[in-house]
Ligand binder design. Sequence first.
Ligand SMILES: [Zn+2]
Length: 281
Amino acid sequence: MKNSCGKCGGQGDFEDKKTGKLIECECQFIRRIAASMPPYIRRAEVKSDHILHPVVGMVNRSIFIRSSWQDMKAFLKVVMFKYNQKFIRITSDLEIKNVFLGGSSRRAKGEDFSGDVFNNVQDLMQDPDLVIIELNKIGYANKAAAGNLREAIDIRVSKDKATWLFSDHSNPFTESSVAFSNHVWDYIIEYFKIIDIPRMIHVKSSVVSPFAEVSSPKEKPSKESSIPEIVPLKESNDSLDPEVIDNPVSSSLSVYERAYSGERKTKGNFKTSSRLNKRNR
Ligand SMILES: [Zn+2]
């Protein structure tokens, strides 16, 4: 439980020699941010290619991302570290549908419910600095789903607020998706830049073995081709933002990764997460 940080001795803060003020140690900062993440993101494997990827710099833009879920989790982890002051919400077309149906309202959840309550779609969509919407999460036919999705996205677009739509390589948003309509697709291609990200993490397991390259399964063929208009990522001025490299947050990230790989072996350091784990599992 007690961490063995060389800088603060596990205190979580240390005295600045010049000013005499207490400063939050990097190790404490990392624990604090990590504790605020959903466990599936906190545990995501992050490679330097994720940290340096131009998509990480697009937090103020409306983009439609096609990538693997593993890569998406890694991007979200980097984004949540780098922009830890931002209010970021991860939702889905399924949650949007449920909010429209009233299933997330105070009335439905009851007075004692302490989790998130959304009385209407504005509650869900309007406040965050960045909303990430996982697409194709709806399993059953629902005539209103596409209209609901469009209306929810429009709350963001009309206020010029950044939104990331996410289409998973292994569960892509296509013409056969419940929330798909030509209307919503036209809307998406009008307002969203499409970003295609080939798979970057090739192993299923989060444990990277020295034989990872050899044993990694072949990528499943995706049926995504039914969506037209593949706009390749071309803006090189977005890429390799030097801030990403020099920013103390990204160096924190590497520290975090080191600390974290330690946790995987010793199962000790990151106790802050256990409360979140219980709630979300
Ligand atoms: Zn420390």
